[in-house]
Design a protein around this ligand. Sequence first.
Ligand code: 4NP
Length: 154
Amino acid sequence: MIQRSVLFVCLGNICRSPLAEAALRAEAVAQGLALTIDSAGTSGVHAGEGADPRAIAEAKRHGIDLTTHRARAVSHDDFVHFGHIYALDHKNLRDLRAMAPGRSSAKLGLLLDTVPLRIGQAVIDPYYGDADGFARAWDDVAIAARHIVHRLMG
Ligand code: 4NP
């Protein structure tokens, strides 16, 4: 297992989990924490595609370039390589649990369970909504990133 490694998982790996990956990378750099960070989707239908243009625009508002992101599906090896795997919503977490191999050593959890005031909540899928949904998703992943870095440094 890669020490201090975090994988974010949503459905398509084009909206929420790429934003979570970018937010945690920025927070880890800001706090001087060495972390391996990646993201993936429970579905591979968008594999190889770039992030959703609305996610790219939201990241850009926060000074982050998301244009090099390429979507991929979760693999069995992810459950061995990553120390923590955070699902963006409850369905993603159920699907992750169902696909976890017996040799899985990763700690699986719901992303917003890392935020004391948001326990049990999902990062709402913004794919079928408007740009506001992406701004809300960013706010959610950014606060979770702060809590994850704080936990890992503590
Ligand atoms: P994501 O958003 O899981 O946050 O990347 C979605 C991306 C694609 C679809 C749904 C949600 N889709 O139905 O294709």
